[in-house]
Design a protein around this ligand. Structure first.
Ligand code: IMP
Length: 181
């Protein structure tokens, strides 16, 4: 489905804007880690598409790993509780780690994951988020690499869901308010 053909969905970011920005982020990361290796740690499932694009925009040697945390379920707002559902497959001690997330919203998810990964003593731990909603923050946390900053609205597409739907939209759209529970 092409959301630009769907009058019910208000477009936020086109696939061209996304591609351009993700390419820039990959260049920034490649410059910052020149001559080193990186482990990209994606937060399932929302960050999967962003990680796939970001990884291909990074020119230094990198490997992937994934974690999963308890999601919002059918609701679209955080319950506040974060639980690890899937841990890393490989140790990250003395590795350069970039935690890759779709949206930094309240900060509870990335705050939890950051603290959890730091216990494993990586040599560097950075955060790359595709979107940032700074006005929603409950836990003080800033990302090192941010695709786009955005207002307090709910978005879907490019990996991001509403009740598991819309992840495959190539563009990012606002969820119509009437669809929110
Ligand atoms: P936080 O713990 O509140 O920062 O939540 C981060 C997670 O909430 C993201 O990884 C998303 O899964 C989800 N989330 C927050 N805002 C949105 C949105 O606008 N659309 C889809 N998912 C969202």
């Amino acid at each position: 489905m092409n959301p630009t053909d769907n009058p019910d969905l208000e477009l936020f970011l086109t696939r061209e804007q996304i591609q351009q920005r993700v390419t820039e982020m990959g260049a920034d990361i490649s410059r910052d880690f020149a001559g080193q290796t990186i482990v990209l740690v994606g937060v399932l499932k929302g960050a999967a598409i962003f990680l796939a694009d970001l990884a291909r925009a990074i020119t230094v040697d990198c490997t992937f790993d994934f974690v999963a945390v308890s999601s919002y379920g059918k609701s679209n707002r955080s319950s506040g509780a974060v639980r690890l559902l899937k841990d890393l497959d490989h140790p990250i001690e003395n590795r350069n780690v970039i935690l890759v997330e779709d949206i930094l919203d309240t900060g509870l998810t990335l705050g939890y994951l950051r603290d959890n990964l730091l216990l494993q003593k990586p040599s560097a731990l950075k955060i790359a988020t595709f979107l940032d909603k700074p006005s929603r923050r409950l836990q003080a946390i800033t990302a090192d690499y941010v695709g786009f900053s955005m207002p307090d609205k709910f978005v879907i597409g490019y990996g991001m869901d509403y009740s598991e739907r819309y992840r495959n939209l190539p563009d990012v759209c606002f969820l119509p308010p009437e669809a929110e529970e």
